[in-house]
Design a protein around this ligand. Structure first.
Ligand SMILES: NC(=O)c1ccc[n+]([C@@H]2O[C@H](COP(=O)([O-])OP(=O)(O)OC[C@H]3O[C@@H](n4cnc5c(N)ncnc54)[C@H](O)[C@@H]3O)[C@@H](O)[C@H]2O)c1
Length: 467
């Protein structure tokens, strides 16, 4: 009988049969393990900081030299990281960054947090994962734990990482340990951060799962939930994000119906939210954005095809959500028309251009498509977003303009795309000649010059409602 070690490798007399396992577990528990975090972005930097705060020695690897430099100077560039936390762990010598992969050789744990975009055919682009695994191979050795955190289709860890690691002659589950743990960080969420969001982990073998579990138990304050495989952990993340994409599309569809029926969707959502069970609110908007919800579901629908399966909910949700920017531009055209102004030549200000409230991330933001569509209809564009000082919109580099009476006086229409707390909406409502509000930032404002997505503001007009 084997006792004394969660992975069952210590014999009754206390001698370990597999030094790697016992050593690694001990290092994880005592926080002596050296950790590399590959990819220091929205996911990787908060994780690196948390691991360093927990007492681990962390080296971040990133191909972006500016990010490497900033980390080494203790300067923050990710909204959810507390700047003082980053500066402190760098000053204490618990975190440093580099662009080379040599630190993998000294690491006990390698975590991978690189992008997983879609290519232009909406197919998964796993090349970042492949690239960093290949670059790590010369330095990988027995006794290490490798954890993939990038969101991806079920099967990635087994199909892409495992064969490469095993090509070194290492046996996964015995010599090295391989697991998937989805990152659930919700940028801008004031309550739940990396530290207090529970982690899900699934390993290739039970020993791999246990290693990853011990790592996160010793890093974060929230619990760790284990699942039976890497595939189940990968699927868990996709279930979470498909759930959001589908529910947002449902409420977007109902918002468009409410416009025709002269009902206020925001009022309806508020009323439905009083039900203490069986309902949770989702809100309509100008379209999906960010690096997760618009992309992740398509990782699953792509993989499903391998099984001869069509993920109809994902496809339908994608159609509805992808159609929202065009719907908003139709509403804008209708609103201007109602006031005798043609879209061609109209001066339009986008207010809040990042993809969601209180974050400065422009990736996949609906503002990008809105700008392109408005530009193609001949509108002259400017934007205001205190969180995005400059942006490339409709093929032009722009800087955020002030939201003051003078700049608002120069435009015909303002479209609210993101409702950051730092935007002065009372100023906007008071001075903009016309406002199309896609985020209910004007709730409570009763004025002819303000129209809200998903409300009766447009019911009197056929144009733009498709009615
Ligand atoms: N952003 C989110 O809210 C979020 C939430 C949960 C999960 N995720 C997932 O986490 C993963 C990472 O997303 P992110 O938002 O942190 O991306 P990001 O673009 O913010 O960060 C990725 C980092 O990886 C670096 N990188 C790219 N190629 C590299 C290479 N070859 N070697 C070293 N570094 C490299 C980039 O320079 C960048 O700093 C994705 O799979 C994403 O779907 C993101």
């Amino acid at each position: 009988m084997k006792t004394g070690c969660i992975c069952g490798w210590v014999s009754e007399n206390g001698t370990d049969e597999r030094g790697e396992c016992v050593d690694l577990l001990e290092k994880l528990r005592s926080r002596q393990a050296r950790i590399t975090v590959i990819g220091l972005g929205y996911v990787g930097l908060p994780l690196a900081v948390e691991k360093a705060r927990a007492g681990f020695h962390v080296v971040g690897i990133d191909s972006n030299p500016d990010r490497v430099k900033m980390v080494n100077q203790g300067r923050n560039y990710i909204g959810d990281v507390v700047p003082e936390d980053l500066a402190a762990v760098v000053a204490e010598g618990h975190l440093r960054a580099t662009a080379t992969f040599e630190p993998v050789a000294d690491a006990d744990v390698v975590t991978i947090c690189v992008p997983t975009p879609l290519d232009r055919h909406k197919q998964p682009d796993t090349s970042y994962i492949e690239h960093v695994v290949e670059a790590s191979l010369p330095y990988l050795h027995a006794g290490q734990l490798v954890v993939l955190e990038s969101t991806t289709y079920p099967g990635t860890t087994e199909e892409i990482i495992r064969p490469r690691v095993e090509s070194l002659g290492l046996k996964v589950g015995e010599d090295v340990f391989l697991a998937f743990s989805p990152e659930r960080v919700d940028p801008g969420n004031a309550r739940y951060k990396t530290r207090n969001t529970p982690k899900v982990v699934g390993g290739i073998t039970p020993r791999c799962t246990e290693m990853a579990k011990v790592l996160y138990e010793n890093t974060l304050s929230a619990g760790v939930h284990t699942v039976s495989s890497t595939k189940a952990a990968e699927m868990t993340k996709l279930l979470e994000n498909v759930f959001r994409a589908v529910n947002i599309s449902l409420v977007n569809e109902l918002a468009m119906l409410c416009e025709r029926m002269g009902v206020d969707i925001w009022e309806v959502i508020e009323a439905a939210s009083t039900k203490p069970f069986g309902y949770m609110p989702f809100y309509p908007g100008p379209g999906l954005g960010g690096h997760c919800i618009p992309l992740d579901p398509f990782y699953l629908s792509w993989k499903a095809k391998e099984y001869g399966f069509t993920t109809r909910f994902i496809e339908l949700a994608g159609q509805i959500n992808d159609g929202m920017p065009r719907h908003v531009v139709d509403l804008a055209t209708c609103l201007l028309n109602k006031h005798g102004i043609a879209m061609h030549g109209a001066r339009v200000m986008l207010v809040g251009v990042s993809y969601k409230r209180n974050v400065g991330d422009l990736r996949e933001s609906p503002a990008l498509e809105l700008a392109a569509l408005l530009g193609s209809r001949g509108a002259e564009l400017c934007y205001h977003d205190p969180l995005v000082p400059s942006a490339e919109l409709a093929g032009r580099s722009m800087r955020s303009v002030e939201l003051d009476p003078e700049s608002l006086d120069r435009i015909h229409l303002a479209i609210v795309v993101s409702n950051h707390d730092c935007i002065d909406f009372s100023q906007l409502m008071e001075h903009a000649p016309l406002v199309l509000d896609t985020r209910n930032a004007s709730a409570g404002t009763c004025s002819d010059h303000v129209a809200r997505l998903g409300t009766g503001s447009f019911a009197s007009s056929e144009e733009g409602t498709g009615g």
